[in-house]
Design a protein around this ligand. Structure first.
Ligand code: HMG
Ligand code: MG
Length: 290
């Protein structure tokens, strides 16, 4: 019988941990990635090569990538905001990189310290280098429905940034409801605009679960043909430069819902549960705990 497939791109070690106040020991991050490597993911976002002044939690990006045990067939991804980050990610043998832009000017400024146009200009030499190196590059667009600085985001604006990332060579573009305020109606309106630029097969949904609507937004996206969703084990996370951002929707919850809807993810539910527990313990520990 035909089985529909859907994929979860695991975000826990990066989007999940980047917002944690406690500096998590590198060994704990490596243990989480190694556990996730056994769960059946094809892609895991491990870390980001950003300014350690901006996100201190990711300062050990190279050590994490050096310490993990790489499972065959798994792509270990890293966020790269500029050429400096790209060079470090490449040296650390990230399997793929991701550039990240915003659909709103307010968040672009808050997260990258530059306008949308400036960020795209900064990504151009990175994209050219990645292409020359044969390193797959993914793209993110943040604040696809709502922005805490600028208010509601116009779907046409998301489509413009998506088209720019496509033109830069991103093999897939992930649509971020960074603060989890999207609703099935606003997600649909956004996707309809975006689908005029990029087919569903090259899009992913990246929904935070702040308002408890991420699963409904995933279902709305499935109906429009999307089959890749970003999620974090244990619902870890948030973005330090997006006030009000809660965690990514929890991987184990998305996997269950996808299964109930008839989509196979190939993930091992027992290992996911173990990883979710590990993630929660990492979050609950405080500085000084042993
Ligand atoms: P800036 O201050 O304008 O940059 O920040 P700069 O070029 O002036 O550099 C400042 C300092 O950072 C310099 O060091 C640079 O060398 C250093 P100093 O001379 O002062 O000692 N630096 C770097 N160090 C390491 N790696 C680098 C790097 N680049 C510069 N790559 C910058 C601009 C882009 C660097 C900064 O704004 C930044 O790092 N931003 C990243 C913020 C971030 O990581 N946010 C979270 C990820 S995005 C997200 O979570 C959303 C997503 O999940 C999707 C969604 O939910 O919507 C993806
Ligand atoms: Mg995010």
């Amino acid at each position: 019988p035909m089985v529909d497939r859907a994929e979860i791109f695991e975000m826990g070690p990066r989007d999940g941990l980047q917002n944690e106040a406690r500096l998590i020991p590198t060994a704990e991050k490596i243990a989480l990635v190694d556990l996730l490597s056994r769960a059946g993911f094809r892609r895991i976002e491990v870390t980001s090569f950003v300014s350690p002044k901006w996100v201190p939690q990711m300062a050990d990006a190279a050590q994490v990538l050096a310490g993990i045990r790489r499972a065959p067939g798994v792509s270990y991804a890293a966020l790269t905001p500029n050429l400096k980050g790209y060079a470090a990610a490449r040296a650390a043998q990230a399997s793929e990189v991701a550039i990240f832009a915003s659909a709103s000017e307010g968040f672009s400024r808050a997260n990258l310290n530059c306008s949308i146009a400036e960020s795209l200009a900064r990504f151009a030499p990175l994209a050219e280098t990645a292409r020359a190196d044969g390193i797959p590059m993914r793209g993110y667009v943040s604040m696809v429905t709502d922005c805490p600085f600028d208010g509601p985001t116009a779907p046409a604006q998301v489509a413009r940034v998506v088209a720019a990332l496509r033109d830069l060579g991103c093999y897939e573009i992930s649509l971020g409801d960074t603060i989890g305020q999207g609703r099935p109606e606003t997600i649909r309106a956004m996707l309809e605009a975006v689908l005029a630029e990029v087919p569903a097969a090259r899009l992913a949904g990246h929904y935070h679960d702040t308002a408890g609507r991420a699963l409904a937004n995933i279902e709305a996206s499935l109906a429009l043909g999307l089959r890749v969703f970003d999620a974090a084990v244990g619902g870890l996370g948030g973005c330090p430069y997006a006030p009000g951002a809660a965690g990514n929707v929890a991987t184990e919850t998305v996997a269950d819902r996808l299964a109930a809807l008839g989509f196979a993810t190939g993930l091992d539910a027992n290992i996911l549960a173990e990883a979710a527990t590990m993630a929660r313990v990492m979050r609950m520990r405080r500085d000084g705990d042993v």
